[in-house]
Design a protein around this ligand. Sequence first.
Ligand code: MRU
Length: 337
Amino acid sequence: MKVIIDGIIKEMQSVWMEDGNVKFIDQRQLPHEVEIFCARDPEEVAFAIRHMIVRGAPAIGVAAAYGVAQAGIQNRDLKQASNLIRSTRPTAQDLFTGVDFMLERIKAGNDPKMAASEYVNAVLDSCRKIGEAGESLINNGHKILTHCNAGALATVDFGTALAPIRLAFGKGKYIFVYVDETRPRLQGARLTAWELFSEGIPCALIADNASGHFMQRGDIDIVIVGADRITQNGDTANKIGTYEKAVLARENGIPFYVAAPLTTFDFSIMDGRAIPIEERSEDEVLNFTGKMIAPSNIKARNPAFDVTPARYITAYITEYGVVDNKAIPDLKKHAIS
Ligand code: MRU
């Protein structure tokens, strides 16, 4: 992805390993500061995931893989390190895919650093292919709605939902992206808007509650979002607010696509009722840019994700093409292991 540091455009990824350290673009500081966070051991990687220095399902999976690699390189207790990493956030399937992949590889005698590189390359390759598969769904002149951040920051590079958008723009299609702000942590306003703006892709930020208005007026042709976990029947956990966008899209006859690599699919769960939903601190809802916005001592609830039932999802954009939910069980044979 293009990142501007001190006026100079650099090509960067959001997570990488350097001299045994795991480095992250610190996503808490964007869009105004580009700071690098350095995790020296699995504990610091766990800290980075828990505190959303790195976030977005595939990027969390890669961070987890690097954290387990560090445990291997540092001759640490692998079980303890992987359990710590697993405990950081409960919803994104990629976290568990990344840890399990590494444990299998290390157990089989593979070099931890090489195994982590294999995992990262697979994620990058999937995102590239998701871009190619999804690009054909975007027509010249399309106005697209996206929610949260499913871009390069969330996936190491390219993105899932943003990969087809990047490619369509790169091919010269006239497109326009409506970006939901994504309360309470503002991943849309801070991260997606920053990514699209850096690439020169025409876009506008909208309040979370404005998308129905734009859909009703014919201003949105297609919705593309990412995913944190997709079950066998196609039910999809993604950032809180995704479900209501899907229902609104159906009401307005707008196709609603979920873009995700196989690392996000949980083939062990039949439907969305079994997906654990992270509930984060109420402070994220009660405070806005560091300022309390509600009466003191009021309670708040803060589920970080919701589940969109498969019936609202037109199709899934994967590295194996654009598929409907009936094809999901069959994708299992391609899952990384
Ligand atoms: O809480 P976050 O910011 O980690 O949630 C991220 C999302 O919900 C993304 O839409 C999802 O992980 C897809 S990322 C390609």
